[in-house]
Design a protein around this ligand. Sequence first.
Ligand code: HPA
Length: 278
Amino acid sequence: MDNSKIIEALDRDPLAQAQSAADQIAKITKKLSHQVALVLGSGWISAADSLGKPTHEFSATELPGFINPTVAGHGGKIRSYDLNTDGKITSVLVFLGRTHFYEGLGMNAVCHSVRTAVKAGCKSIVLTNAAGGINRDYKVGQPVLIRDHISLTAASPLSGANFVDLTDLYSKDLRNIVKQSDSQLSEGVYVHWRGPTYETPAEINMMRTVGADLVGMSTVPEAIAAHALGAKVLAISLVTNAAAGVTGEKLDHAEVIAAGKAAATRIGDLLAKVLPKL
Ligand code: HPA
């Protein structure tokens, strides 16, 4: 099916498409349900290697509602893992790559992975991303737990009289579980920037003034969509660069991807430890 037909079906009934995709995952994996989902953003993909060997890997496009990702470094594959902790199996769905709002395909395309994960049974959704560091204390290669966000896109994945509370969007319980494994982790406020341009130095100054620590082009719509369906959300940014104007260096997409790759193993090990506990 071409992308415009896929988007049309998604926009008509996003939750029905997510249910169909979840049914297809159950068929492919022969697992009635999964418990945790992990969305790996730019440069994070090799972090999945720390999870061991997946039981299944398939292209997202084998499922209803998924369009081909368009950005270099974003994979478009889905894996299923059975993580064994002391004999207890946790089935984890891993999405390698995502659709971004800046691709112009609409919020339902952006949120289809997490909605599919929730329909597949996932009660905890882990979102990862590459972000620019606005906070001057952050170092390139550092993971930061998102504790709250500021949306500068003025776009929501929800419509209608759907007044969802967002006070604990980035679950404090889940953040505390991660911090038990790595007490050094910082927490920060993430700004969702539409992109695809990076920010101007003036925009970064504005963001810092209003309390932001990190900026990126993803995660926020997915977090809201997952939360609205009752899942708990954990979100982790990898600082891949100092945000515009912080060091005076120009921003480069290839460098963002490379910084993500360099830090992926450390972060993968952390994920492997915490996913079964969520
Ligand atoms: N700005 C926006 N998105 C990003 C950045 C940035 O500096 N780095 C990685 N994703």
